[in-house]
Design a protein around this ligand. Structure first.
Ligand code: ZN
Length: 258
């Protein structure tokens, strides 16, 4: 009696409901397989990224100064970007349009007109300035770093590790140099070997560069803020408004942006 209201039996004696659960079992097994495949795929992808990133570091390609967070960048205030040892050039920073100077150095074309005006004014005051360093590619910055490390190892007997640490106090880690932005210039006297000629350039710039939108980027006594010791030759374009405030208040770009 009771058998007549239970589920019909199959040939092997199991309830017919088991046919459905077998399909479910197969589906579940397929999902498990797919899940395992996905995990394996993610693991392989992560490994590949890790290896490429590591190789990139060794070969100096790919993300620069990977341990350093990216600087905030807004195209509308491109002139105010703060790049320093704590903030590297962001990955989405567009490659600058460059203008070549007479001596072969290059700068971001957006700063060229003001640079030209500034140099004209300096020359009118009887000074012969020269941009001794403008835009540098990441590779060029890396070469400067490498040759500095090389010198410390070979001429001062430092270990490679000591040399790297010493070099980083003197040379910006690639990816953290303003020269890679194209917005910074090192200015010295033309062909100057005497300190006096350079000093005249530095004095003029300290007094007047702000009028053209340039600031002394690494002032004396501010290296805890800028991360760089006093560099009287290194000027950075920030635009007229910021340059005036930074000059008048005697602050750094970091402090101005806070
Ligand atoms: Zn410089």
């Amino acid at each position: 009696m009771s058998a007549s209201i239970s589920r019909p039996l199959q040939a092997d004696g199991r309830a017919a409901g088991h046919v459905r659960s077998f399909a479910e079992f197969r589906r579940a097994r397929m999902i498990r397989s797919l899940r395992r495949l996905a995990v394996a795929f993610v693991a392989v992808a992560a490994l590949a990224v890790g290896v490429l990133f590591g190789l990139g570091r060794i070969a100096h390609i790919g993300p620069f100064a990977p341990g350093v967070p990216q600087a905030a960048y807004d195209a509308r205030s491109w002139n105010l970007i703060v790049v320093n040892r704590w903030h590297r050039i962001p990955d989405d920073y567009p490659a600058p349009q460059l203008t070549k100077l007479a001596n072969g150095q290059q700068v971001d074309s957006r700063i060229y007109p003001e640079l030209q005006r500034m140099f004209d004014a300096m020359r009118a005051d009887g000074i012969s300035p020269e941009v001794t360093a403008g835009y540098r590619t990441h590779d060029e910055q890396q070469q400067i770093m490498d040759s500095t490390v090389f010198q410390y190892v070979n001429h001062q007997g430092m270990s490679e590790k000591e040399a790297a640490a010493a070099a980083e106090t003197k040379v910006a880690v690639p990816g953290t140099s303003e020269h890679e932005l194209g917005l910074a210039i090192d200015v010295n006297a033309v062909g100057a070997s005497e300190a006096d000629a350079n000093q005249r350039v530095y004095d003029w710039l300290a007094a007047n560069a702000w009028r053209y939108g340039f600031i002394l980027r690494y002032p004396d006594g501010k290296n805890d803020v800028t991360g760089v010791l006093f560099e009287p030759w290194h000027y950075r374009y920030v635009g007229a408004e910021a340059a005036r405030t930074i000059h008048d208040e005697g602050v750094t770009l970091e402090e101005y942006q806070r």
